[in-house]
Design a protein around this ligand. Structure first.
Ligand code: DMJ
Length: 647
């Protein structure tokens, strides 16, 4: 049989014309593109992606700069990433003004009005946790009924009655000395300036870029927005900036969307968002903040689904709940300062939800760390969430380690001094730090070196400067004969950190300073010369002022205010600077959210009376969000006794 070729029809083309074949192929390739597009761009495609990508490929490289904590450590990164998370410009079409316009203005609520409202009993109307999400691993959910999940049982009024003092003091902490009051007013003006510019140019974004007058979103918060708003709530409230506070609250009500599907730093979301919301709730009694904190807290739980229960650093906030270790952390390890800085917030999540699960998660971390063998009693910075072993022996009181130690002593204080394990671990760690890391420089400065498997690196990071305050607040509860010793050590470290400021041309301190090769509290590397509006040195001034009332701490705080004004204040907000050793200023174009939550709050407290957020009632989380001491004896009256969170 002979096939005769018909004109326009190919022999192999199933009888299709060339043009028809072309259309068919076009359609087919469109279909394939669509399938792959869906695979990679639709939400919740992560597991499918894994089929195509290797495990390393699925590391959230877009979150690349790591936690803020870590970002400072990673100086090998490209310049743009050196100063912590950086990078994205606002999405096209998102303007600040459009969001601003949509916010209807309500009359501001004053401190007094909040108090009245609470007295009216409205604060007790709790919202319940959302109950629909499932945990992908099938492990416990925040709403497990037999754990007594019931947010209705927390009584805000009862909580208030258990405080020893009014949170805002007699006169909102106004100092009687006019000069101090003037300084305090100056700090308040700085906060208003920083806030107004954020509101004007970056509303709803995470941070303000003060030079380019736009917003920064970054990739630390997994698609959550408004980090500067959440971080500012309590500062605005404490400073009595009520119109601004009301704008912030309204944004939380109308625009804080927790249904994000991005990859976030567990640590950063916890300290800034959960901490900020909890703090705003405890200060104001607004149920909105509590329900948002609980909703977000629940989204963080899948990060703990590891063989050891040690959470990984990065979590997908969407329904997949997938978690990863940071790509840069050796051998898939978790970071001490990250998984060790959850305790305060998670204890409060359990308190407010009456659900033990949050507390159990962090108690499990505690137990593992307590049990594991520690080289010379020290806690290395990297731990495997799979084996529960240390991954390598780098120890630091600065980045990667810092707030783990802070949370040990603060857990003890926040438990109304009942958490004996935390106490033991803290003083044990401090002893090891003193034996191995505390050094005296040739010029007589006390500093904390870093430890690399037994070898000392004579470098101290700006981040490590929080330790003056930490050692100070822990001085009372160690061995009584060591009280003065701890106070002296705290004062010496704070003095050294102050020296790192006074020895620079700008009177602001570098990211890291060294004590070798002739250096004394100065940066020797170009890459360490920057200052990104960090709070740690001022934080220690504030604690040391409260503990000693030595006027030098207020003077040092004022020096910092003047330096910030001179070198970091730009036309449209505050900015970090690239080199503290030159007065020819080069701004980094970033107003970090911790400047609003920490640096300015600590300065304000430094110039306030001690009865503003008294330390008898409050501990500050590592982002300076005040959380109340949990007074079990007072909170557990007969009605609530049987619903206690189990230890
Ligand atoms: C803040 O986000 C927190 O203080 C954190 O613990 C480490 N440092 C930054 C500010 O420097």
């Amino acid at each position: 049989m002979v096939f005769r070729k018909l004109p326009g029809v190919s022999a192999s083309g199933m009888g299709l014309r060339l043009s028809q074949k072309f259309v068919f192929l076009l359609f087919l390739s469109g279909l394939v593109t669509l399938c792959f597009g869906a695979l990679f761009f639709l939400p919740d495609s992560v597991r499918l992606k894994r089929i195509f990508l290797s495990k390393t490929d699925t590391q959230p490289v877009t979150v690349g700069s790591g936690s803020e904590n870590d970002a400072r450590e990673h100086l090998k990164r490209p310049k743009e990433q050196e100063h912590g998370p950086r990078g994205m410009t606002p999405a096209k079409g998102e303007t600040n003004s459009s969001k601003l316009k949509s916010l209807s203005r309500k009359p501001p609520v004053s401190h007094e009005a909040t108090e009245e409202r609470l007295a009216g009993g409205k604060a007790q109307e709790d919202l319940t946790l959302p109950r629909s999400r499932t945990d992908p691993s099938g492990s416990e959910k925040a709403t497990t009924p037999d754990r007594g999940a019931n947010s209705d049982t927390f009584s805000y009024q009862k909580f208030k009655s258990c405080l020893l003092k009014a949170p805002l003091g007699r006169d909102n902490g106004k100092p009687s000395d006019p000069k101090t009051n003037e300084r305090r007013e100056k700090v308040k003006e700085m906060m208003k300036f920083a806030w107004d510019n954020y509101k004007r140019y970056a509303w709803g974004k995470n941070e303000l870029r003060p030079l380019t007058r736009n917003g920064h979103i970054g990739n630390m918060f997994g698609g959550l927005r408004g980090a500067s708003i959440i971080d500012s709530l309590d500062t605005l409230y404490v400073m009595g900036l009520m119109e601004e506070y009301n704008d912030a609250k309204e944004w939380v009500q109308t625009s804080l969307d927790l249904n994000s599907n991005g990859e976030a730093s567990l640590f950063e979301v916890n300290i800034r968002y959960v901490g900020g919301l909890l703090s705003a709730y405890y200060l104001t009694g607004e149920e909105l903040f509590k329900s948002k904190a609980l909703e977000l807290g629940e989204k963080l739980l899948p990060a703990f689904n590891t063989p050891t229960g040690i959470p990984r650093g990065v979590i997908n906030l969407g329904s997949s709940g997938t978690s990863w270790s940071w790509g840069w952390a050796s051998a898939g390890s978790s970071i001490l300062a990250e998984f060790g800085t959850l305790h305060l917030e998670f204890v409060h999540l359990s308190e407010l939800s009456n659900n033990a699960i949050y507390k159990e998660k962090v108690m499990n971390i505690r137990k593992l760390l307590n049990k594991i063998e520690k080289p010379h009693g020290l806690y290395p910075n990297f731990l495997s969430p799979v084996s529960g072993n240390w991954v390598q022996h780098h120890v630091s009181i600065g980045g990667l380690g810092d707030s783990f130690y802070e949370y040990l002593i603060k857990s003890f204080l926040m438990s109304d001094k009942t958490d004996d394990d935390a106490k033991k671990m803290y003083y044990g760690a401090l002893e090891a730090i003193e034996a191995n890391l505390v050094q005296k420089s040739a010029g007589g400065l006390t500093y904390l070196a870093e430890w690399r498997g037994g070898i000392l690196d004579h470098k101290m990071g700006h981040l490590a400067c929080f330790s003056g305050g930490m050692i100070g607040i822990g001085a009372d509860d160690g061995a009584p004969e060591k009280r003065q010793h701890y106070l002296d050590l705290a004062a010496e470290i704070t003095h050294t950190c102050h020296e790192s400021y006074t020895r620079s041309a700008t009177k602001l301190g570098p990211e890291a300073f060294r004590f070798d090769a002739g250096a004394e509290a100065t940066a020797t590397r170009l890459s360490d010369r920057y200052y990104i509006l960090r709070p740690e040195v001022i934080e220690s001034y504030m604690y040391m002022w409260r503990l000693t009332h030595d006027p030098k701490y207020r003077e040092w705080g004022w020096e910092a205010v003047e330096a910030l004004e001179q070198h970091c204040r730009a036309e449209s907000g505050f900015s970090g600077i690239r080199d503290v050793y030159t007065t020819t200023v080069s701004h980094d174009n970033m107003q970090q959210s911790f400047f609003l939550s920490e640096t300015l709050k600590y300065l304000y407290l430094l110039f306030s009376d001690d009865d503003l957020l008294p330390l008898e009632d409050w501990v500050f989380n590592t982002e300076a969000h005040p959380l109340p001491i949990v007074r079990k004896n007072c909170l557990q009256d007969e009605a609530t006794q049987d619903k206690t969170v189990s230890e």
